[in-house]
Each structure stands twice: as structure tokens, then as C-alpha cells.
Design a protein around this ligand. Structure first.
Ligand code: HEM
Length: 528
């Protein structure tokens, strides 16, 4: 309690000591000077039209604010009238927007990379920010997802279903009457648990401290990045030691290390003993093993603690937002629960176990998930890149080395690509799959120039197949075991844009009531 009163008296730097406050104050004053007079991030890129700054504005402060509050509107209206790339002023300075008809130029060009974007925007060389190092320093993290996680998809379906049962038992106790819950937080915990069940060994999968870190680290990462961006580059090497947000990040990494390291050490010793005794080393199915498999092949190095943090950064909030939006869109559109329940009764009623075939059978659910992702992707801009050299695009636009660029998801709301794009139509993609020759197209995990929520091409999200499985299983348990509705005085919680992210109000309420499922969800007859 004492520290909280201290923190109040010291304002935003409440967690710092007095010396820290002095250093930061000096840093900010100095920084303001350097920022406005020496920071190249405040200079627009030559030769590319700039939008979002109004006449008479001396600097880019208002343009940046406008971007944070209405990025989607700004880009949607600009893309309608412009054929060529243009730039806006985002929080990190100029950002080149590539119109969607030029997506292929981004997805096939290895001179612009997602990695460099992570490196520039997420301070991975500073302590506390190591959670993105594996994605930036080499390919171990990305390849471990591509190969290890993807190859394990079929074998983990059953354990995901079992974990889903325990999640619902914990968060939704039996209720005869309508009972309020704050679903955002519940969804985050569910995804954290299902992720840990898959990425962690059994002795750590249910560790409450790890589950907390796997959710909070991403939030702290966002806060840390935000304050670091506000500090001029020259001062960051000093300031980061004193900022409460970056201090928190260092604490998170240390906690993760304390939780994870004993397992890593024990496993290394076990392996050495096995090899010494002429035995084949024991095989594991978790993210440690997937990362090890890549490092053994490539000789690259990946810290196991940072690797697990990277898995959380990539998997937990992205999937949770997608799951929450999906749930809200289903509960908010009349008749949807009944339609999905009908399909579940049919598919689960004849299924032999929780496996790939069972999940593939849920075609109507897949369509609802894709439609929800179409209307409310986790992020409005998904192909974020930095040009690692100067590049000339096919229309003659010159992208200077070091520039940030991105492709907006505007086609998701474009009449030319989707009929009645502003209306949620859960059956949309199911109906499209009924057309001859298109039976296996238009799935939740399918990407395309007109569907970029997971990016598209070589660097499209490799974790989307796992996310799809998690969301399907969680929806199946929800729809079969409960009825849902929103309180009348609240309605369906609106999804608000915060910069490029689509977020729902964490305080939003959903009401649930227990029901008896028509078919058993214990498909494998293994529940304790
Ligand atoms: C619904 C949940 C998810 C969404 C919306 C999502 C979205 C994205 C997006 C937009 C990208 C960038 C694509 C590009 O730049 O072209 C990406 C990349 C990536 N995602 Fe996901 N993601 C999700 C779940 C996951 C999960 C569960 C994992 C597993 C750890 C994961 C791992 C990755 C990796 C490794 C990359 C980098 C790929 C590369 O650069 O080659 N994602 N994701």
C-alpha cells in the first residue's frame, strides 16, 4: 500500500525513485528538443503524397492524433480515390500505405521484411523486450511455428478439447438464470490456458504465474513500446532503465526465466545422460522441442525463455481478440446460435473423437469465424514491412531504404469483393463454398489479396491453423453448453478502433445460462 501512495504523489513516474524522476525530466526536456529539431522520423518521405495533415498545421502532432483515432476512416476514403501509394503520419513517423491492388508486390518481395518492422518498432535490443528477439534475430521462432506447431496440430486437438472443458467449468459455473460475465477477460484466460497446454510441458502448462505472464507480458510490451517511442532515440539507452513500464517488462522476463529455466536445465541434463548411456533422447511435443529441432538443424541460437515469451506475444492476444469478436458477432446476430448448434449436433453426434476430421466438419462455424474476422480483423493493417533497401514499385513509386510500409485491409469492406460488406452474414463463406469447384476455398485460414487478416503469401501467419482449432473447440463448448445474450441496456458491444487495432470494451457484459447438450462433448470418453 505504501508504494501505491508513493506512486500517486509522484504522478506518472510514481514507481521511480527521486533520482530517476530527475533523469527522466532532463531526458524528456532534452528529448523534446532533439525530437523536434533532430529526429528524422518527423520528416515525410519525398515523392510520396502525404494525407491526414491539414493546412495550417505546423507539425505532425495533430496528424498523429487523427491517425490514432481514425486510421481506418482515413485509409478507407483515401484508397477509394487513389491508385498509387501514399503516406500518413503514424506514431512512429511516416508510414507508406500500399493500395491493396499492389499487395502482390509486397508479398513476393523479400527486400521488405516483417522482421525489420518488428526490430524497428519493438526495441528488441533493450532488456525486457527480449520476447520478440527470437522473431527478429533469426528464423528459429518462425520456423518452429511453421514446422513444429503445424506438424503437431492433429495430435493436440484432443488435449485442447479437454482443456476447454476445464476452462468452461471454471469460468461458467452451472446457472439456471441469466448470469453476467465479462467475456473479454475470460476469453484471454481461455486462450492463455489452451496455448500453454500446447506450447508448454505438462509441469508448466497449469502454472498460474506463467498463465498471468503469458497474458500480461503482451500488454506490458505494448505500454513499454509506447513510452519508448515517445522518447527520442538518443535518450532511450538511458531512459529505459528508469521508466516504470520498461522496468515492469524486465520483471516479467525475470519471472518467466525463474519459471522456465529449471525445466530447460533438467531437460538438457536428461538428454546428456541419455546420449551418454547410448539411449535415444526422449522426444517431447512442445515449443521447447520445436525450437530445439530448428536450432539443431540450423545451428542458430534461441533462448528458450524468450522463445516461450515470443509464442505468447504471437498467439495469445491475437487469438483472444479474434475469438471474442467471433463470440460477440454470433451472440449478436439472431438465429446464429441455433444454426451453429444444429451443425454441432450433427457433426459431434457422429464423430468418433476430437480430431482434425471433426473440426473440418464444422463448415458453418468456419464460415461464421471467417465472416467475423472479415468485419473485425484483429488489426486493420496486417502486412507491415520495412524496406531493407531502396525499392522501385511497378508504378514507379520509390520506397526509400528504411521506410515503413503496410497494406490496408480495405477490400474486406469493399462492395466489389463482398456483397453487402457492412452487414454481418455468418453464412457468407459457407454459401460460397457450395459453388462448384469452391468446396475447399473460402476457409477461415485461407488468405488472399482480398482477405488479409492473416497477411498473405510467404509470410502469412503460420499460427492461424492452430488458432482456428482453438476457436472452433471453444465455440463448440460454448454453444452446446450455454445460451447467451447481451443485456438489453447494453446490446452487442461495439468494436472500437484504437489506431490500427480493433478492440472491444473489457467491461462489456454478456449473459449466460446453462443448458443440457443434445450430444456428449466427451468424444474420446476420457474425461476424469
Ligand atoms: C487469430 C489469431 C492470429 C492472428 C489474427 C494473427 C495475425 C498475424 C498477422 C497479421 C501476421 C503478419 C503477416 C504478414 O506480415 O504478412 C502474423 C504473423 C505471424 N504469426 Fe500470427 N496471428 C494469429 C495467431 C498466431 C498464433 C497462434 C501463432 C503461433 C505462435 C502465430 C505466429 C505467427 C508468426 C510466427 C508470424 C510471422 C510469420 C513470418 O514472418 O513469416 N500467430 N500473424
Amino acid at each position: 500500500m505504501a508504494s501505491s501512495s508513493n506512486s500517486l504523489s509522484l504522478g506518472p513516474f510514481g514507481l521511480l525513485g527521486g533520482v530517476g524522476v530527475l533523469v527522466i525530466t532532463t531526458a524528456v526536456l532534452l528529448g523534446t528538443f532533439v525530437y523536434f529539431f533532430g529526429n528524422s522520423n518527423n520528416t515525410p518521405i519525398t515523392g510520396i503524397p502525404l494525407i491526414g495533415k491539414q493546412e495550417g498545421e505546423k507539425d505532425y502532432t495533430e496528424a498523429k492524433k487523427r491517425w490514432m483515432s481514425s486510421a481506418k476512416e482515413i485509409v478507407n476514403s483515401a484508397v477509394r480515390t487513389r491508385k498509387h501509394p501514399f503516406q500518413v503520419f503514424g506514431m512512429n513517423g511516416p508510414l507508406i500505405i500500399i493500395p491493396p491492388h499492389m499487395t502482390s508486390e509486397v508479398r513476393t518481395d523479400e527486400r521488405m521484411t516483417f522482421k525489420s518492422w518488428l526490430k524497428r518498432d519493438f526495441f528488441t535490443t533493450y532488456p525486457g523486450f527480449e520476447g520478440f528477439k527470437p522473431a527478429v534475430d533469426n528464423n528459429v521462432f518462425i520456423d518452429s511455428v511453421r514446422m513444429g506447431l503445424t506438424q503437431s496440430l492433429a495430435t493436440v486437438v484432443h488435449s485442447l478439447a479437454e482443456e476447454a472443458k476445464y476452462c468452461y467449468d471454471e469460468a461458467f459455473p452451472p446457472a439456471k438464470d441469466w448470469t453476467p460475465v465479462k467475456f473479454n477477460a475470460i476469453a484471454l484466460r481461455f486462450i492463455a490456458r489452451l496455448s500453454a497446454q500446447t506450447f508448454m510441458p505438462p509441469e508448466l502448462a497449469k502454472n498460474e504465474e506463467w498463465l498471468r505472464i503469458s497474458v500480461e507480458y503482451t500488454l506490458h510490451f505494448g505500454h513499454g513500446g509506447y513510452v519508448m517511442r515517445a522518447i527520442p532515440p538518443l535518450l532511450r539507452p538511458i531512459a529505459h532503465w528508469f521508466l516504470p513500464q520498461t522496468k515492469q517488462l524486465r520483471e516479467d522476463v525475470e519471472t518467466a526465466r525463474r519459471i522456465i529455466e529449471p525445466t530447460v536445465i533438467a531437460r538438457r541434463k536428461e538428454r546428456e545422460a541419455d546420449i551418454k548411456a547410448g539411449r535415444k533422447p526422449k522426444k517431447y511435443t512442445d515449443a521447447f522441442a520445436w525450437m530445439d529441432a530448428v536450432t539443431e538443424k540450423t545451428g542458430d541460437i534461441c533462448n528458450a525463455v524468450h522463445g516461450q515469451l515470443n509464442y505468447s506475444l504471437g498467439a495469445v492476444h491475437t487469438t483472444s481478440i479474434t475469438f471474442t469478436n467471433c463470440m460477440y458477432n454470433i451472440v449478436g446476430s439472431p438465429g446464429s446460435i441455433e444454426l451453429l448448434r444444429e451443425e454441432l449436433i450433427e457433426v459431434l453426434g457422429s464423430a468418433k473423437s476430437w480430431d482434425k476430421t471433426t473440426l473440418n466438419g464444422l463448415k458453418m462455424m468456419d464460415s461464421f469465424m471467417k465472416e467475423s474476422n472479415r468485419m473485425h480483423p484483429a488489426s486493420f493493417m496486417t502486412m507491415n514491412r520495412i524496406a531493407n533497401e531502396t525499392i522501385t514499385l511497378s508504378d514507379g513509386t520509390i520506397i526509400p531504404k528504411g521506410s515503413a510500409l503496410t497494406v490496408p485491409n480495405t477490400r474486406l469492406y469493399d462492395e466489389e469483393f463482398y456483397e453487402n460488406p457492412q452487414v454481418f452474414n455468418g453464412r457468407r463463406f459457407y454459401d460460397m463454398r457450395q459453388r462448384a469447384g469452391e468446396e475447399s476455398k473460402h476457409q477461415f485460414v485461407t488468405t488472399g489479396d482480398d482477405y488479409l487478416p492473416f497477411g498473405h503469401g510467404k509470410h502469412a501467419c503460420p499460427g492461424r491453423f492452430f488458432a482456428s482449432n482453438e476457436i472452433k473447440i471453444l465455440l463448440a463448448f460454448a454453444i452446446m453448453q450455454y445460451d447467451f445474450k447481451f443485456p438489453e441496456d447494453q446490446g452487442q458491444p461495439p468494436i472500437r478502433a484504437h489506431g490500427l487495432e480493433n478492440v472491444t470494451n473489457p467491461e462489456a457484459i454478456m449473459l449466460y445460462k446453462s443448458r443440457t447438450p443434445e450430444v456428449s462433448l466427451d468424444l474420446d470418453h476420457t474425461w476424469r
